[in-house]
Design a protein around this ligand. Structure first.
Ligand code: AMP
Ligand code: MG
Length: 346
């Protein structure tokens, strides 16, 4: 698993080198790589206060990891899952509110109450197993954000019977939004955040050109091949794909991955191999990349028609036959790899 994450980071490092080729030498820069939130991250800042901004960013990532990680018994989310109710931080409340909103708008495709299923499949411990069908059905019956009781004023959340939450589908997007606030505070000239499959850009390169960020080719996740290059400015680009976290069942040879379809309790199988959402807000991009991976192209397109303008997002997806689809609002900022057929979604 970590090897995969490492190679993904290498891809990103390669892409970062593409991203930074236009940087002028006179602007000071600082960069740090850390492992947090179960992934390798790189934070790069440009400007007079770049060292302080990078250090504050690393501190913020560690703070959020300690707050949200379901792998840490002391995190507030672990304690909530253990006790069934809790008073939560503003960070968790913001994410849960957004998660409930997306749950409603996606008709339940995005559902943070997936936690017991993540445990049953072994994704929380990496002790992978295919659960019994009866277990899956039972755990599915407990799911649903409609059973969560959120009191925004009191900052409390009460879970439904046998429920637990997992913010893994939204936390990195929230974290990169937080880092953008830090970049603003330190008055940076430019900045680039890469948190696993999440990229978020601050302003442009210091020479005024847009950040060039590649989308991993899901057929070659260990290598440096890409579906295409996004030219970004003040935007997040968040990618979800089965290749990011998975295991193969030795008995059947079938591979299962970490994005669960709440309609079945099994890994999502919607005909997509990669979903990237481009949006000024990382939290929206993150929640929707996971959602669309569950929903498939047709429902994703419907969702874009309904909410794309209001929520300011675009998407680039690849279907199993290799075709790449980009919505019309991002097509100008996207250069497809020549070996793939590109269709623009209107
Ligand atoms: P991402 O990599 O952003 O697509 O998020 C995948 C992570 O989100 C998984 O590792 C789980 O922690 C969580 N997750 C899995 N399935 C869902 C789902 N249907 N809705 C919300 N979160 C999910
Ligand atoms: Mg996500």
């Amino acid at each position: 698993m970590r090897n995969k994450a490492l190679s993904l980071t290498l891809v990103l490092a390669f892409l970062l080198s593409l991203c930074s080729c236009g940087i002028r030498k006179q602007v000071p820069s600082a960069s740090k790589e850390i492992f947090a939130m179960d992934t390798y991250m790189t934070i790069t800042c440009y400007g007079e206060n770049c060292e302080d901004a990078v250090n504050a960013s690393v501190e913020e990532i560690n703070r959020l990891d300690n707050l949200l990680s379901i792998g840490k018994e002391t995190s507030e989310i672990s304690k909530l899952n253990e006790s069934g109710s809790a008073v939560l931080s503003d960070d968790s409340i913001t994410m849960i509110k957004e998660a409930i909103d997306v749950y409603q708008k996606t008709n339940g495709a995005f559902d943070i109450t997936v936690y017991p299923l993540m445990v049953a499949w072994g994704f929380t411990t990496q002790d992978f197993t295919v659960p019994e069908e009866s277990t899956i059905q039972e755990l599915l019956s407990y799911m649903g954000c409609d059973k969560l009781q959120l009191n925004e004023e009191k900052k409390t959340l009460v879970l439904g019977k046998h429920q637990g939450i997992d913010l893994g589908g939204i936390a990195k997007g929230y974290a990169s939004d937080q880092l953008i606030e830090i970049f603003k505070k330190y008055d940076l000239a430019a900045g680039l955040i890469s948190l696993g499959g999440n990229v978020q850009t601050y302003k442009t390169n210091t020479d005024g050109s847009r950040w060039r960020c590649g989308i991993t080719n899901p057929a070659d996740p260990e290598g440096t091949d890409y579906l295409g290059i996004l030219n970004l400015e003040d935007q997040a680009a968040v990618t979800s794909g089965a290749y990011q976290r998975n295991f193969t069942d030795e008995k059947t040879g079938k591979t299962y991955h970490h994005i669960i379809d709440p309609a079945t309790g099994y890994s999502a199988d919607s005909g997509l191999t990669s979903v990237t959402i481009i949006c000024p807000k990382g939290i929206v991009a993150d929640a929707l990349s996971t959602s669309f991976y569950v929903m498939g192209l047709e429902k994703a397109t419907e969702y874009w028609h309904t909410y794309g303008a209001e929520d300011h997002f675009e998407f680039v997806v690849q279907t199993e036959d290799g075709t790449v689809y980009a919505t019309s609002g991002i097509a100008d900022q996207f250069e497809v790899n020549d070996k793939f057929n590109l269709k623009v979604v209107n």
